[in-house]
Structures are given as C-alpha cells and as structure tokens.
Design a binder for this molecule. Structure first.
Ligand code: EPZ
Length: 420
C-alpha cells in the first residue's frame, strides 16, 4: 500500500487549482441513470471514488466515456442490470445513490446495504423510509436492499427524521419521475444537494427549494440529455486553507467559490488568517504568525462541516491556547486523535468533545490513515511537524483529494509518495 513521506516545518506558499466536488460528482453521476439520453458532465475530480461509481454504472450497462478535459459522458440508454454488488458498495457507501434513480426509472433495484465505516454505523433507514412513502416495497435479504415498485412511484410528503445529505439526494432522485408532487421537509441544505437539483433541472426535472430545508419536486414522465459543470470542492478548498494556517504560510486557491464555505472562512479568520476573496478565488495569509486556537462544533450546512473537523483539530494542536472541538454528526469521527497524539499533540477526549491544548511543535512520526478526512489532518500535521512523517494507507486520501502530492509540492511542501 502506498505511503506519503513528508518533511515538515515549511510554510506553504503559492497557488493551486481546486477540483470539482467529490460529493456533488457522485450523485450527479448516479442521476445520469434517470435518463436514456446521453449527458455530459464537466469538472469531474480525478478520484478513486469517482472511478468506482463510473465502473458501477458500466457494470449496469451504461456507456461511460472519459474525456481528457476532466469531462465524462454517460449514456444510460442501454442499462440492463439493476444491482449494486457488495464488493463495490463496501468500498464506497455512496453507491447507495443508485437506489433512487433505479427505482424511479426502472421500478426495481438490488443494492447492497452499505454497512458501517470507520466514522460510524452510517444507516440508510431514512433513504428507505422515503422510498416506501412513494410506494416502493423494500425488504432486506442477505445484506441486500431488495426494492421494487409494482407501478410508477407516487409523489408523497416526506419529513426526514434526521438531516441526511445522501438521504435527501436519493429521495429527490426517486421523486423526479414519480407521479405527482413530492415535498421533502427537513431536507439537507448542502451545496452539493443544490448542485444535483440544478443538474436534474437541466435534464427537464421540476425541482424547487434545493438548498433550503424544504424541497418540492413535480414528477415528470421522462428526462432528456444535457451538460453540466460540477461545482468546486468546498472541503478540498478548506483543507488547503487549513494547510496554509498550520504552516504559517500564504496561499491562493483558484477555481473555487468562497460562498460555499462561509462558516469555514470565518473560523480560519479566527485563527489569525488574513483572508481575501474574489468570485472564483480565495487567498489566505498567516504573515508568519502562529495560529490562535478556535472552538469548533460541527453540524449540517450552513454550520461548520463535519468534513473539516479533523483538519481544524490539526490546526488546534499547534495553535496558541486551547480549542474545543465538538463532533455532533458522526459517532466515531475522532480516529485521527491517537495518531496526532503520537506526533506530540495534547488532546483530551470526553465523549464527542476533544480538548486541544496547542503545543509549540509537533514531531514527525510514522502514522496510520483510517478514513478520508483523518488522513487529511495527518497530512496537515506532517506539514507543520519537524523532521519526517510517514503516512501509511493513503488510499484513504486518494478517495477524496486528487493529485494531492502534486498540489502540495506546488505550494512548496516536501512530500513524496512511496509505493510499498
Ligand atoms: C454525506 O454523507 C457526505 N458524503 C459525507 O462526506 C459527509 O460527511 C456527510 O454527508 C455529512 O455532511 C457524500 O455526500 C457522498 P448523512 P452521508 O446521511 O449522506 C445519520 C466525506 O468525507 N443517518 O448526512 O452518508 C448518519 O448516521 C464524506 O466526503 C441516519 O441515521 O451522511 C449521520 O449520523 C464522509 N439514517 C447523520 O445522519 C440515514 O438514513 C448524517 O449522515 C442516513 C443518515
């Protein structure tokens, strides 16, 4: 398994281009199953998770064509299989996002239960509750969701018991070809939900309210083709800004959107970062100063995102003062803590609260990545630490950050990948 070797304690300086959002590209790719016409999707990030979902679409009989300029064409006109097998879903739970499109267009789906992952049990009960409300018969057999609808899905009013991003996306996709109106109350408001709705509306769907907690979908008989440009990745953006903060550097990120991560930018300013923004760029300058500790409490958008919690904890480990980090979304998203402690971090855990007391300097060490964003926090810590940090199992990082060592090297980091 590949590892990353970082020689830290170098302030990052320079510019990088932000890629398309992983968590928008994945549902947009599965949404292509809703139409028999070809769709063209641009600004697709070059990530393992995206490759996984494209191979799943191919296994279902869709024709997936990669273009050199980060574009993908999907033609789901010849889909002839409605199964998402365990060996694929277990590597990427977002594969469950084929459920809504398959049921809406074909009335049947056999999708492996995603199972849990490092950060939590990750149930899909809300997804299934929404499908059943629209007339789908669901049963769980041998670890698979067996779902079918005897007739066209029927629009319904659905109140989500918990705010769920992919749950909202799955139900929205199922409702697109249903008969009549569907209203989703307590919907997720993440920008990636809005991006999916914008894509579907280009294909002929009738969705209003995406990005708010109430989404209304008027069912249509069929969708056509179209092309779409995926929005920038707000978590990749926040991660590189946090890398500038922890190394006391100065960076400029291009091809991004400051309006997607206002809560993150405000927290980064609290650390002492001087932030300037334009329509499609963000710069941050620490002026060589040590960051100040910040308190973080994660919650659904537009509050501080759970996907940036580990990265900000890394910043707190070397910041001036004490930072309290509270994780309210996932039950086990502190896997990075013990690895950071091995690098000299002073973190005390109390349930879903981490109390970080900043130290003057972290020490490089061999560490283990456990999940995508925990890996990112270890990279940030390695960039700030003195001497060498070796991060094992970086296949986790390759799921969510494209060309990470190239982009970090562009910013002056001393990082290399070693195959082992
Ligand atoms: C999406 O996951 C993202 N993934 C996650 O990003 C992100 O951390 C998460 O939303 C929260 O923002 C994609 O969009 C592909 P949830 P999702 O359903 O939709 C509970 C990353 O690092 N829940 O919003 O799976 C669940 O247990 C990944 O890029 C139920 O109880 O997360 C959790 O506590 C990690 N029942 C909470 O809701 C359900 O049916 C939020 O989960 C569904 C969810």
């Amino acid at each position: 398994m590949d590892k990353l070797i970082i020689h830290g304690n170098v302030p990052l300086q320079g510019e990088v281009r932000i890629s398309g959002a992983k968590n928008a590209a994945l549902p947009i790719l599965t949404a292509s199953l809703l139409t028999s016409a070809p769709v063209h999707i641009h600004n697709i990030p070059h990530l393992h998770d995206v490759t996984t979902i494209m191979s799943l679409l191919g296994q279902m009989g869709a024709r997936v064509t990669l273009h050199e300029n980060l574009g993908v064409e999907v033609d789901a006109g010849s889909v002839n299989s409605f199964q998402a097998p365990y060996d694929l879903v277990r590597t990427m739970r977002a594969s469950v996002l084929v459920l809504g499109p398959l049921l809406s267009r074909f009335g049947r789906a056999e999708v492996s239960l995603p199972g849990g992952c490092a950060i939590g049990t990750r149930p899909v009960d809300q997804h299934l509750k929404g499908m059943q409300a629209m007339g789908v018969d669901v049963c769980i057999e041998n670890g698979y969701i067996q779902a079918q609808a005897k007739k066209r899905l029927q629009g319904a009013t659905i109140v989500m018991d918990i705010v769920t991003v992919t749950g909202t996306e799955n139900i929205m996709m199922a409702a697109v070809l249903a008969k009549g109106q569907t209203i989703i109350h307590n919907a997720a408001r993440e920008p990636e939900v809005e991006d999916l709705a914008n894509f579907l509306n280009i294909l002929g769907a009738k969705i209003t309210g995406a990005g708010t907690s109430t989404i209304v979908i008027e069912g249509v008989n069929e969708l056509g083709g179209g092309s779409y440009h995926v929005l920038p990745d707000r978590i990749e953006t926040g991660t590189y800004l946090a890398a500038a903060v922890i190394t006391r550097g100065k960076v400029k990120l291009k091809n991004t959107r400051p309006d997607l991560l206002e809560s993150v930018l405000l927290k980064l300013e609290e650390t002492g970062g001087e932030i300037n923004t334009g329509q499609d760029w963000i710069s941050l300058d620490m002026k060589g100063n040590r960051p100040r500790a910040v308190n973080i409490s994660t919650a659904p958008y537009p509050a501080f995102p759970t996907d940036m919690q580990a990265q900000m904890m890394a910043v707190n480990t070397v910041a001036e003062g004490v930072g309290i980090v509270t994780e309210t979304v996932f039950e086990n998203r502190f896997m990075h803590v013990q690895e950071l402690q091995r690098m000299g971090a002073d973190i005390a855990l109390k349930g879903n609260i981490a109390i970080c007391t900043g130290v003057g300097q972290l020490q490089g060490a061999p560490v283990m990545a456990t999940d995508l964003r925990a890996s990112a926090s270890l990279i940030l810590a390695g960039l700030a630490a003195e001497k060498e940090t070796v991060i094992n199992r970086i296949y986790h990082i390759d799921r969510g950050y494209s060309c990470i060592e190239e982009k970090l090297s562009q910013l002056g980091a001393r990082v290399q990948r070693m195959a082992s």
